[in-house]
Design a protein around this ligand. Sequence first.
Ligand code: ADP
Ligand code: MG
Length: 261
Amino acid sequence: MTNIMMKTASLQDDRPSLADIAVEISAMNKWYGEFHVLRDINLTVQRGERIVICGPSGSGKSTMIRCINRLEEHQAGKIVVDGIELTNDLKKIEEVRREVGMVFQHFNLFPHLTILQNCTLAPIWVRKMPQKEARELAMHFLEKVKIPDQAHKYPGQLSGGQQQRVAIARALCMKPRLMLFDEPTSALDPEMIKEVLDTMIALAEEGMTMLCVTHEMGFAQAVANRVIFMDRGQIVEQNEPKAFFGAPQSERTRAFLSQIL
Ligand code: ADP
Ligand code: MG
């Protein structure tokens, strides 16, 4: 067993693994009213894979990852997460959401709850975890993101970078099998970007399955198994980072990369 796999086992619990494939999206299409926002998306994510999604603003990146935990509904094709197909079945949606952690651009912490309460809320109410255990788990992850000393403050008392690390710790408290990140550093001042990226790199090194929408190409090069480029609702190109950055195949990818690199 490799070192990374052993670490994965310690990060996650003893639930049986349902599937080696974390996410399978096939022939998926989505419309907002008349607007065809996602076109024939096909994407298979193996367990333990780390995928970076990039592309111009408005290309459908957020919509695509929000479909994976049903924050948005798709109208055609199929999305299977951890062996569970996403349909209108609310029980299945809840089941998927318990396994999928999400971190947004704007942290989305509850302002009236302390950092610790933000982290224990879902484990207590959704996973029915005893309070003491939830608090211990929260402190464990707050230590991991290097802010245990902030546990009793409120989100408004923390910097943006600290708040985003709390958001990551909060998601981890649900023991997710998959983490979705939607531009987690794009609302942060430059000096705070690194501390959040370092947290994400540590998570990647522990074997977490991750889908990250980000334009942090250094991060992509350091941890991604695959980089996906989206444009106008389609996956235009995907490759391992070296080939993706070194020899982009499509003209649209080249044009995009020349703007951001
Ligand atoms: P990205 O994350 O790549 O910037 P989005 O997924 O947010 O792109 O948006 C893709 C397109 O869908 C954009 O043209 C956006 O204006 C549109 N869109 C996003 N959310 C909605 C919505 N709730 N209703 C209608 N159009 C939307
Ligand atoms: Mg977006």
